[in-house]
Write a protein that binds this ligand. Structure first.
Ligand SMILES: NC(=O)c1ccc[n+]([C@@H]2O[C@H](COP(=O)([O-])OP(=O)(O)OC[C@H]3O[C@@H](n4cnc5c(N)ncnc54)[C@H](O)[C@@H]3O)[C@@H](O)[C@H]2O)c1
Length: 254
């Protein structure tokens, strides 16, 4: 630790940094000394979070990047690396899904957008960031998966469930390949987080049901997921790789 500034001198890209879990992770990394590139397709949101970090005395810049676009992703990650001459951390929180839809009701044309924004984006980020991390023999890559990929008990959309399952498989494969280069690759699988999007797509009855059936008796705040993400981003987590950390109030226990 460094007076609470355990990430002092490091540089991170946080995707989905404009809101929710990504925003909470970006802000907390910056509070602990990390320079943060707030990457999102939402330009005003990324600007707001980067400004908020700077107002608190941290270092941040917004990167308006569409992670569906390989060339844009490569350039966005490259710009973050060029900013500080290093890239230590990637937190991949961009993704999600727009609305609950069942397997049978899911339109065929909805598949690609959800799978690509959650999963193909991870491949693009790994492909862009890993060579930069390998050059310094150090890196931390943490993706947001979901309880949707860990348990079939809750209703979840098929494209989202499949994409988040793919995130876990790709996490293991990347961990295996990048481990010898000093890079760890892990996933956090949250459930029932009170992010603005998640609040908007859950009915009051669903929210009550979640609180009643979750062992800790409530939904989580984005900051509680960010804590788990930051743990895996720390230097001290260097012997943890290829794992999925469930952060769900005990909703699944295996
Ligand atoms: N909130 C929950 O309950 C919950 C539960 C489990 C998993 N997750 C996962 O955690 C992550 C964060 O969720 P959240 O609810 O905090 O935030 P969110 O899903 O509301 O925000 C996602 C962010 O990703 C950005 N984004 C989407 N597509 C993009 C693209 N192509 N390029 C760049 N940016 C893009 C959006 O603009 C948005 O700012 C997501 O991956 C989500 O699937 C959330």
């Amino acid at each position: 630790m460094n007076g609470g500034k355990e990430f002092e001198g490091q540089c991170a890209v946080v995707t989905g940094g404009a809101t929710g879990i990504g925003e909470a992770a970006a802000r907390e990394l910056a509070r602990r000394g990390c320079a943060v590139c707030v990457m999102d397709i939402d330009a005003p949101g990324a600007e707001r979070v980067a400004q908020g970090i700077r107002a608190e005395g941290g270092e941040a810049f917004p990167s308006v990047t569409d992670l569906l676009d390989w060339e844009a992703t490569r350039q966005g990650v490259g710009a973050a690396h060029a900013w500080k001459g290093r890239l230590d951390i990637v937190v991949h929180s961009a993704g999600g899904f727009p609305q609950y839809v069942s397997l049978l009701d899911c339109p065929a044309e909805a598949w690609d957008g959800v799978v690509n924004s959650n999963l193909r984006s991870m491949f693009y980020l790994l492909k862009a960031a890993a060579p930069l991390m390998i050059a310094r023999k150090y890196g931390r890559f943490v993706s947001l998966s979901s309880m949707a990929a860990r348990s079939g008990v809750n209703p979840n959309p098929p494209h989202y469930t499949a994409a988040k399952g793919g995130v876990l498989a790709l996490t293991r494969q990347a961990a295996r390949e990048l481990g010898p280069h000093g890079i760890t690759v892990n996933a956090v699988a949250p459930a029932n987080v009170q992010s603005p999007r998640a609040k908007a797509i859950r009915s009051p009855e669903r929210l009550r049901h979640i609180a009643q059936t979750t062992p800790v008796g409530r939904l989580s705040e984005p900051g509680e997921i960010a804590e788990a993400v930051l743990f895996l981003c720390g230097k001290g987590a260097g012997y943890i790789t290829g794992v999925t950390l469930d952060v769900n109030g005990g909703a699944t226990m295996v």
